[in-house]
Design a protein around this ligand. Structure first.
Ligand code: IMP
Ligand code: MG
Length: 181
């Protein structure tokens, strides 16, 4: 285990089971649709890569940037910036692939952007969900979720703190002393 990690929340094996379940549900739901997986960079890369290999359908992929955290800030800073240049969205049933649903502002903003850019339909999937942290203004609900977690700052499997720890194969709780120093 990494020295900055307090506790492993989900092992590689547990993450794999979570992704299997989401992939099976998506495969069943999108049989007659024109699926476009939209990965929210950068935190969702590991989840996206694993999900892609488990969805048993034809689909296309795209990536966009959304940033709600300033470097070195473990709390959502309120502002969300979405950068997307996806062409021909009107042809696609978009599934947004996110690492973690926290205040909810990122997915709400990305969903609104996909709809205003003309997507045929938009659903959201997130590997992790921190319900206690939801901003009161956020009404969006997840369509697919791996696991709900308590209010702790987690890293690994793509998730970072200040751009570190993304390559850990598990999801773990970061020691408080790392972000409170
Ligand atoms: P939201 O807009 O507050 O829902 O924030 C979502 C984004 O914040 C996620 O896509 C993550 O990039 C980041 N985030 C939220 N919680 C955590 C965490 O515990 N660890 C790492 N990143 C997090
Ligand atoms: Mg993210």
């Amino acid at each position: 285990m990494h020295k900055d990690v307090e506790k492993v929340l989900f092992s590689e094996k547990e993450l794999s089971v979570m992704v299997d379940k989401i992939a099976a549900d998506v495969t069943a739901d999108y049989k007659d649709k024109n699926l476009l997986l939209v990965c929210v960079l950068k935190g969702s890369v590991c989840f996206m890569a694993d999900l892609m290999r488990k969805i048993d359908l034809d689909y296309k992929i795209e990536f966009l940037r959304a940033k709600s955290y300033l470097a070195g800030c473990s709390e959502s800073c309120g502002e969300v910036e979405v950068k997307s240049e996806i062409a021909n969205l009107e042809e696609y049933d978009v599934l947004i692939v996110e690492d973690i649903f926290d205040s909810g502002r990122t997915l709400e903003k990305v969903t609104a952007k996909m709809l205003s850019d003309g997507a045929k339909s938009v659903k959201c999937c997130s590997l992790l969900d921190k319900p206690e942290r939801r901003a009161p203004s956020v009404k969006l609900q997840l369509d697919y979720v791996g696991k709900q977690i308590p209010n702790a700052f987690v890293v690994g499997y793509g998730l970072d703190y200040d751009e570190n720890y993304r390559g850990l194969p598990y999801v773990g709780i970061l020691k408080r002393e790392v972000y409170e120093k």
